[in-house]
Design a protein around this ligand. Structure first.
Ligand SMILES: [Zn+2]
Length: 375
């Protein structure tokens, strides 16, 4: 069997890096089964969920009591593609140089998954009669959090009382991130020969006017004290087939990032009424993740992280996480984004993680489990 009882955080990160889980296409199954088999060995009840072939997520539980829901630790198993630039290190073998451990997904976020697993190993068999722990390892996080969205539609997640998302933060506890609304706006026209545009209706002109409107779009939302303002970006545009015809279709893609307190339905209503001619097709709609920094458990997390990062201040992550989907089930639970990877290394060529921070993350997660499950 592939289980090594004395495996440390670094060798486990390397073992996870060797599973090629580049998304697309993903293929997290082998990596998920490897993690799940270990968790089972360490006293966890393990479920798998595949929303599509080979797109496997793991849900593992230990302990549990009526008095308090378990602590959730979550991370994703997929990694982004290598990119166009050539790597100077092997992206999948776990090469090291001093403190640096290289590999695609080292920071984002197999180091985080390894730290979660090792903290789980330390406590798996000692959680009986305590609130316990639920470990959620997701497929298909990169490119839209699809794995967690599918998982949230099942009954497998159960309940949780607080959540730690092991995405790269250099072990700094972050109290949330913005939400997002992503949509395509589609416009129809009437085709005609390019030499007689007066006989047609130009869909590109409609789309262009709408884009100009969106550039000036104002949310009318007060500035959030930590996250700042919501943003809007038009990221793609398409239209027409040939230069000598009036285009009868055009569309563009929009990414809105929202802050706590915004009502997504109201935002969409405002967008729809300002783009009257568009057909709006929303393909992602995720609320912001936010826990007030003075919340009791967040204060405990800050206290536990203090020896490693100094006294934490209220900060949020620049990126989205699976928490936005998991909170559909674990509604309202305090949530931190806290993991050993380096945020600046995510998605980079020659991505690396700090071995020291990986070891520290194991200690932090262990303290958080101990703290949550104390009698
Ligand atoms: Zn990530």
């Amino acid at each position: 069997m592939f289980l090594m009882p004395d495996q440390d955080a670094i060798s486990l990160t390397k073992a996870l890096l060797r599973f090629e889980t580049v998304n697309p296409p993903g293929r997290e199954r082998d990596c998920a089964r490897y993690a799940g088999a270990m968790l089972e060995e360490w006293g966890f009840n393990v479920d798998y969920y595949e929303y599509a072939d080979s797109r496997t997520s793991v849900i593992a539980r230990a302990g549990g009591s009526d008095r308090k829901a378990p602590l959730c630790l979550t991370g994703h198993l997929d990694v982004v593609p290598l990119g166009a630039r050539k790597w100077s290190k092997d992206p999948f073998s776990g090469e090291t140089d001093g403190d640096k451990l290289y590999g695609r997904g080292s920071s984002d976020m197999k180091a985080g998954v390894a730290a979660i697993l090792l903290a789980a190993r330390a406590y798996g068999k000692r959680l009986g009669g305590t609130p316990g722990v639920v470990i959620v390892l997701t497929a298909a996080e990169e490119g839209g959090c699809i794995g967690s969205a599918q998982l949230a539609k099942t009954q497998l997640l159960g309940s949780a009382g607080a959540m730690i998302v092991g995405e790269p933060t250099s072990n700094y506890p972050l109290v949330g991130h913005k939400g997002s609304i992503k949509f395509h706006a589609r416009f129809k026209g009437v085709s005609a020969h390019g030499s007689m545009p007066e006989l047609g209706v130009n869909a590109i002109y409609k789309a262009a006017k709408a884009v100009a409107k969106l550039e000036k779009f104002r949310f009318g939302t007060p500035r959030h004290p930590v996250m700042g303002r919501p943003t809007l970006n038009v990221g793609t545009i398409e239209g027409g087939n040939t230069v000598n015809a009036v285009p009868d279709a055009a569309s563009f893609g929009v990414d809105i990032r929202t802050v706590p307190g915004m009502d997504h339905e109201r935002v969409l209503k405002k967008i729809r009424s300002s783009l009257k001619e568009a057909e709006i097709d929303v393909f992602s709609n995720l609320k912001p993740v936010w826990t007030a920094p003075d919340e009791e458990w967040i204060q405990r997390v800050f206290e536990i992280c203090k020896p490693y990062v100094g006294k934490p201040k209220a900060r949020t992550a620049p990126y989205m996480t699976d928490a936005a989907n998991l909170l559909k089930v674990y509604a309202g639970v305090p949530t931190v984004v806290l993991g050993p990877g380096e945020a600046a290394m995510a998605h980079q060529t020659d991505e690396y993680a700090s071995q020291e921070r990986i070891r520290e993350a194991v200690a932090i997660y262990e303290s958080l489990i101990r703290d949550w499950c104390r009698p």
